[in-house]
Ligand binder design. Structure first.
Ligand code: ADP
Length: 202
């Protein structure tokens, strides 16, 4: 729940008022698309909601907790345990298998015993059960993004934040990724906030 949220980058003459009094409520299990022209503040909003950046002023609560008063350690724990992130770039680590890429975020969480099996199950869910031992560089763009989605889900997040997740994909791969999001939202009840400049995707 965001209330009267502002974000100003820079100062004085170089200041950019990227968010001007945003009010937004996202309910549990919703799939929300944030749309708007380039430069309208979509990524800024998503980064603040995902605790990757701080607002200049305003309120931000998740299930009643004031997210702007968390310690750095609690913020980090929240990002790791409760949030999944998918960006335009897939940012998979070369030199590690697809499977290893997917379970890396689980290594810091004790609640994720059995993380390898969970990673394998997730890779099957995203249609990559036949690519476990591959290097990410051997995958197509659409496959890499699906691996990145599996990685985002490994810690069973409450919220998935996606910033232009289909922007570097061809139309067919983009369709597959959006269908996957829809399935995760409808079947698993995953809350998703997705930034897109594509009205069709929204
Ligand atoms: P969108 O995602 O809708 O394209 P952004 O949130 O990336 O918009 O940017 C909103 C505005 O804030 C733009 O004018 C952009 O130039 C500015 N902006 C974004 N990030 C920074 C930054 N790190 N420093 C300064 N200005 C920024």
């Amino acid at each position: 729940e965001l209330t009267n949220l502002h974000k100003v980058y820079g100062r004085g003459q170089a200041a950019t008022h990227a968010l001007k009094g945003v009010d937004l409520f996202v309910g549990h299990g919703e799939f929300v698309a944030v749309t708007g022209r380039s430069g309208s503040g979509k990524s800024t909003l998503l980064h603040i909601m995902g605790l990757l950046d701080a607002p200049t002023r305003g309120e931000f609560r998740i299930q009643g907790t004031n997210m702007l008063q968390l310690s750095d350690a609690d913020e980090a724990r929240f990002r790791l345990a409760e949030c999944g992130y998918v960006f335009q770039e897939f940012s998979l680590l070369p030199g590690m298998t697809v499977l290893e890429n997917v379970y890396i975020p689980a290594l810091g969480l004790s609640r994720c015993n059995g993380f390898k099996k969970r990673a394998i199950d997730l890779l099957h869910t995203v249609g990559l059960g036949h690519r476990l031992k591959h290097d990410p560089t051997e995958l197509s763009g659409g496959e890499q993004q699906r691996a990145a989605i599996a990685r985002a889900l490994i810690n069973d997040p409450k919220i998935l934040f996606a910033d232009e997740p289909t922007a570097s994909l061809d139309l067919a791969s983009a369709r597959v990724v959006l269908d996957l999001f829809k399935r995760l939202n409808e079947d698993l009840g995953l809350t998703i906030v997705m930034v897109t400049h594509e009205p069709d995707d929204a």
